[in-house]
Design a protein around this ligand. Structure first.
Ligand code: TXA
Ligand code: MG
Length: 336
């Protein structure tokens, strides 16, 4: 099929495609999503095929008004109301017990549904003109999420009906995922809304062990997505723990033409091998925004190995750490 490239004046065309059971990639503030009508199981099934996504990995339902959540869930507890009021629209996904209208393709057989109200105006307009939308990130399963329309075309051209070009995503990593279907609430995936911010609004929130660590053999994932290798470029990503000085001398010994460094702006001039800039050292928002396009750039430039200094885990840094450690397949070298 030919994939139509639409601009943000043509969202009504995209809405027609959705209403006819087709697939449209849409910009959101986090990453581009691959959207289908969330209440049409057959349309949703096409998402799995286009991405090569395992069928047991459930999807997030996107809404454009808080009232749209009520028919989707069995209960809407006080903590959900507090989080929605504070962080919606925005990069937060809330998991609740699902209602009967959620197709099995969306929930992948679980008894819960994940819901998000994105802030991107193009996503909101598409939802308003069509319906609530099921949408995973618009990449081939396993590769880095797309933060620009070019990344979507690289992965999805010819596999989906249309893409809306909404420019670069402002957050750059996928939404924070919290489940309120367990007590106490549990953070399943860190993102632009931080653990610290969630705790300020609803008190205790448990950090799921899979955020920082690999699943142990036989351990059941709280979120099916945790099981799969993720965000991986073709290049071998390796995280390095140690002081900045040790990190720089380690990488500077590895200038073999096939190796690059994911480095902070401040360190560029101290390197004697190719680098991809990951933003300033203390600017976690900037690091999040550029992370996935840096991983894609590593492949475009043909590097076989990419070393990255292990980031701090406070604030949005936790989201950067979580994506990088998965990109690295949990391969970490400790120096010193
Ligand atoms: O920012 C985002 O969340 C983007 C944009 C497009 O909105 N979407 C996104 O979707 O990242 P996806 O499918 O790539 O990641 C959704 C994650 C997966 O790890 C999935 O397993 C988990 O959320 N998930 C979805 N529904 C769930 C549920 N009912 N229970 C537990 N985990 C769930
Ligand atoms: Mg994804």
């Amino acid at each position: 099929m030919e994939t139509l490239l639409l601009d943000t004046n043509e969202i009504s065309r995209a809405a027609e495609i959705i209403k006819n059971g087709g697939l449209v990639a849409m910009p959101t503030e986090t990453v581009y999503g691959l959207a289908a009508d969330a209440l049409n199981g057959r349309a949703v099934a096409k998402i799995f095929e286009a991405k090569g996504r395992p069928m047991d990995n459930p999807l997030i339902v996107h809404i454009a008004d808080i009232s749209q959540i009520y028919p989707l869930v069995r209960e809407f507890p006080e903590k959900a109301r507090l989080l929605a009021e504070k962080f919606w629209p925005g990069p937060l996904t809330i998991i609740l017990p699902k209602s009967d209208i959620i197709p099995v393709e969306v929930s992948a057989g679980l008894d819960t549904v994940a819901v998000r109200f994105p802030s991107h105006p193009a996503a909101q307009e598409l939802i308003r003109l069509s319906s609530p939308l099921a949408a995973p990130s618009a990449n081939l399963s396993g590769s880095p999420s797309p933060t620009d329309v070019r990344h979507v075309m690289d992965d999805m051209n010819g596999r989906i009906d249309a893409v809306i070009d909404g420019g670069e995503c402002s957050v750059g990593v996928e939404s924070t995922v919290i489940t309120l279907a367990s007590d106490p609430p549990r953070l399943l995936r860190p993102g632009g809304v931080t653990l610290e911010q969630l705790r300020e609004v609803i008190g205790e929130v448990v950090l799921d062990s899979a955020v920082m660590n690999p699943l142990a053999d036989g351990q059941k994932a709280s979120s099916p997505g945790m099981k799969y290798k993720h965000y991986s470029p073709k290049a071998n990503v390796v995280l390095i723990k140690g002081t900045e000085e040790d990190f720089l001398s380690f990488v500077n010994m590895r200038n073999d033409g096939k190796t690059a460094v994911l480095c902070y702006e401040e360190d560029k001039d101290k390197l004697s091998l190719p680098y991809i800039c990951a933003g300033r050292e203390n600017d976690y928002d900037e690091q999040a925004r550029s992370l996935f396009s840096s991983l894609r750039e590593a492949d475009e430039r043909g590097f076989e190995t990419v070393y990255a200094h292990c980031p701090d885990t406070e604030g949005v840094g936790l989201a950067v750490y979580n994506r990088l450690i998965r990109a690295a397949g949990f391969e970490v070298i400790e120096l010193g």
